[in-house]
Ligand binder design. Structure first.
Ligand SMILES: NC(=O)c1ccc[n+]([C@@H]2O[C@H](COP(=O)([O-])OP(=O)(O)OC[C@H]3O[C@@H](n4cnc5c(N)ncnc54)[C@H](OP(=O)(O)O)[C@@H]3O)[C@@H](O)[C@H]2O)c1
Length: 315
């Protein structure tokens, strides 16, 4: 597994990371515990050294699982996220320093790590970042040696910009062939201070694998049921035709491979945070990523951007 340096943190991490939301039962359907463990173990065996989680995933259970599973894997860089109060009803976002401090202590205990490698604010708004008190707390934790680096997992451009302005060393954001505009537009702001980028949703929640029928249905508990109307989904599936010419049958053998290679081709990306829901899916993702550059040639990417623009997806 190839490695990249996580921006100015100096941490060396595998360019494919394991995200654990999909294992947690939140967002997608539940996965048996034995399969969750099998996926984590398989990731380690394949050389994954970056694992991403959040204190809210399965109400803390995912961190507890990782704490047990990774006890003998000090070399694995753990990224966790704080800022969701799941004890409140309904659950709500909170970036108040006192809440974050308590959350951090609970995460540290569950993860069984004295020092947390990377601590991110979990989907903060631009406004909560602008206030500066949450990021000041993270800076304080870093100065005290309780974390190695901090940043934010963001949903949009404004929050990303605000996190960068506050001094984030790591930004996590959705980045894939259908959704690459934010990373492109932030390129200069990310490059100058050497900010590490964790790209998530690299398969657009599975859409980019191109394996769904046009009338694909999701269980009501699956976040994808809310994400697309049936017409949206049909349109998105038809837009995959713009990606198909990337598949050449020799190196790029599938749409899934093209999607992964698109993300890994971007030198701003440190690690693609994968969301496999079985050990088999993880094996396929690692195999299809291509393992080494060139993932996709510059010409292939340029041609892809033009085709995407032609189907209404502008970069
Ligand atoms: N705000 C945040 O911080 C945030 C937000 C989103 C995600 N994340 C992190 O990023 C990780 C990944 O993101 P994601 O779940 O949004 O998206 P993703 O990686 O784009 O998609 C995951 C989905 O892709 C499908 N898939 C995975 N491997 C496959 C394979 N080999 N063949 C076919 N389909 C495959 C699975 O769908 P099926 O279940 O249908 O098989 C899976 O649920 C999450 O687990 C989470 O840790 C963080």
């Amino acid at each position: 597994m190839r490695k990249r340096v996580l921006g100015s943190t100096g941490l060396l991490v595998s360019e494919l990371g394991l995200g654990t939301w999909g294992l947690s039962g939140d967002g997608y359907a539940a996965i048996p515990e034995a399969e969750q463990d099998a996926i984590i173990d398989r990731a380690l065996a394949l050389g994954v050294t970056l694992i991403e989680t959040a204190d809210s995933y399965a109400k803390g259970e995912m961190e507890t699982r990782l704490g047990k599973r990774l006890e003998k894997h000090e070399d694995v860089v753990l990224v966790t996220k704080l800022g969701t109060d799941r004890d409140a009803s309904p659950a709500r976002k909170s970036f108040a320093p006192a809440f974050l401090r308590d959350s951090f202590e609970r995460s540290r205990e569950r993860l069984k790590r004295e020092v947390i490698d990377v601590l991110l604010l979990h989907n903060p708004s631009e406004r909560s970042l602008e206030r500066g008190e949450a990021t000041a707390l993270l800076e304080e934790l870093k100065a005290a040696g309780a974390i190695r680096a901090w940043g934010a997992s963001v949903e949009g451009m404004d929050a990303a910009r605000s996190a960068i302005k506050q001094g984030a060393q790591v930004i996590e954001l959705a980045h894939n062939a259908f959704h690459s505009r934010i990373l492109r537009q932030l390129a200069t702001e990310l490059r100058a201070p050497n900010i590490g980028v964790l790209a998530r949703s690299v398969l657009a929640h599975g859409l980019l694998c191109g394996q769904w029928p046009t009338d694909k249905q999701f269980a009501s508990t699956d976040h994808r049921a809310e994400r697309w109307t049936s017409d949206d989904l049909k349109r998105r599936i038809s837009q995959l035709n713009a990606v198909r010419p990337c598949v050449n049958g020799t190196t790029v053998t599938s749409l899934r491979s093209a999607a992964l290679r698109f993300v890994l081709s971007n030198e701003l990306v440190t690690s693609a945070v994968l969301g496999p829901r079985s050990a088999l899916q993880l094996d396929q993702l690692v195999r299809d990523s291509g393992r080494e550059p060139p993932y996709l040639s510059e010409e292939a990417i340029e041609a892809l951007m033009i085709r995407l623009d032609n189907v209404g997806i502008s970069a």
